[in-house]
Design a protein around this ligand. Structure first.
Ligand code: PLP
Length: 404
């Protein structure tokens, strides 16, 4: 059952004040707060298990290795992957996409080839591909979007040529909240033999994800956005692709044998995990995934959908509010502008009321150019947010609207 009061008690930070006002945290798309179970798991592992993984015969090393590999299995289950060999631990979505852009790029992208991304991507799903395109002499093609903030599927279809090598697209936009029709987009790409990387930074925290139902070839997400710690993330890749991709970084763990003449590489997933992994982070991430699973991703999705609809309806009743993105599929994120008021001013005034929102370009400058704006105010929900918090936010917005 979804018992919001019980859930809120699991997050100690929600009890704190900001400027003498109860904290209202609406910046969940940037990072989520952590349940006590996650923070305790980190402390507990450092206090009673800490030892480097994979290399040790001693008790602690073996226990730490078990926790790390059990975490990989928890991630596998969370996204419905076939095998834990397909789960690579990274530092987060950004590193996952950089790994992809480098390694997939080395294996499969040549001069004159094409990479498709969308107009609503986060910088971390633009810049790594631009770097690959530059290195390889390849071309970046961009799927246009409607003013409502939805991908134009006809235009998408027209971008494919015989030189298209990969599609990289956000599952959910961190600015518009649009949940893209990635299943359909993957089907269309596969008809042409093109693999798809789904940037799941904003979907993993908000909806059930099954990479096999989507038939995604690659899927990336960040632990810290799904109630886990910072510094740990995931790249899922189908084995058939990962097997054909070269390592991204060299060092310990990723090798089978090293000599000065020739080095051979480890099996999946270790081939892509050079150096000491964040084995405390991986375990804490698994605790976070167990936590959200116990509540139920469907329940979380329903709750956040209700909050989003409630907030959009309430904001619509304010004069001079303009939404940036208005997709019916909107998932947990609302971006808007208030008349000509600078988003930074709205954010600063809300902050004084204890309400944390994000303002600016949200690492999506090309999307801002599309709308001809420099930034937005963004409210993004997490599983612990409530309608009464939305009411307090709307009351704050009414005050701010009056001031201008
Ligand atoms: N992709 C999307 C859609 C995001 O919203 C973000 C972060 O906001 C990222 C990628 C990058 O995530 P991280 O900074 O955790 O690597």
């Amino acid at each position: 059952m979804f018992d919001i009061e019980k859930i809120r008690k699991d997050f100690p930070i929600l009890k704190r004040d900001v400027y003498g006002k109860p904290l209202i945290y609406f910046d969940n798309a940037a990072t989520t707060q952590k349940p006590k179970a996650v923070v305790d798991a980190i402390a507990e592992e450092y206090y009673s298990v800490n030892a480097n993984v994979h290399r040790g015969v001693h008790f602690l090393s073996q226990r730490a290795t078990e926790l790390h590999e059990e975490a990989r299995e928890t991630v596998r289950r969370f996204i419905g992957a076939e095998s834990s060999e397909e789960i690579i631990f990274t530092r987060g979505t950004t590193e996952s996409i950089n790994l992809m852009a480098f390694s997939f790029g080395e294996a499969f992208i040549k001069e004159g080839d094409e990479i498709i991304i969308s107009a609503m991507e986060h910088h971390s799903n633009i810049v790594p591909w631009q770097m690959t395109a530059e290195r390889k002499g390849a071309k970046l093609k961009v799927i246009p979007i409607s003013d409502e903030g939805e991908i134009l599927l006809d235009e998408y279809e027209r971008l494919f040529t015989g030189r298209t090598r990969i599609v990289a697209v956000a599952h959910v936009s961190n600015v518009l909240g649009t949940a893209n029709p990635v299943k359909e987009m993957i089907r269309m790409a596969h008809e042409r033999g093109v693999p798809v990387l789904v940037d799941g930074a904003q979907s993993a925290p908000h909806m059930p994800v099954d990479v096999r139902t989507l038939d995604a070839d690659f899927y990336a997400f960040s632990g810290h956005k799904v109630y886990g710690p910072t510094g740990i993330g995931v790249l899922y890749g189908k084995k058939e692709w990962l097997d054909r991709m070269p390592p991204y970084q060299g060092g310990g763990e990723m090798i089978k044998n090293v000599s000065f003449l020739k080095t051979t590489y480890n099996v999946l997933p270790y081939k892509f995990e050079a150096g000491t992994p964040d084995f405390v982070g991986s375990h804490a991430l698994a605790v976070a995934l167990d936590y959200v699973n116990a509540i139920g991703m469907d329940n979380i999705n329903r709750h956040e959908h209700e909050l989003t609809t409630y907030a959009v309806d309430a904001l619509s009743s304010l004069k001079d509010v303009r939404f940036i993105g208005n997709s019916a599929s909107r998932c947990g994120v609302v971006s808007f502008l208030l008349g000509n008021v600078h988003p930074f001013d709205v954010g600063t005034l809300l902050d004084r009321l204890g309400i944390a929102v994000r303002t600016g370009h949200h690492c999506a400058e090309p999307l801002m150019h599309h709308y001809g704006i420099s930034g937005t105010v963004r409210v993004s929900f997490g599983l612990y947010n409530t309608k009464s918090e939305v009411d307090a936010f709307i009351a704050g917005m009414e005050r701010i609207a009056k001031m201008f």
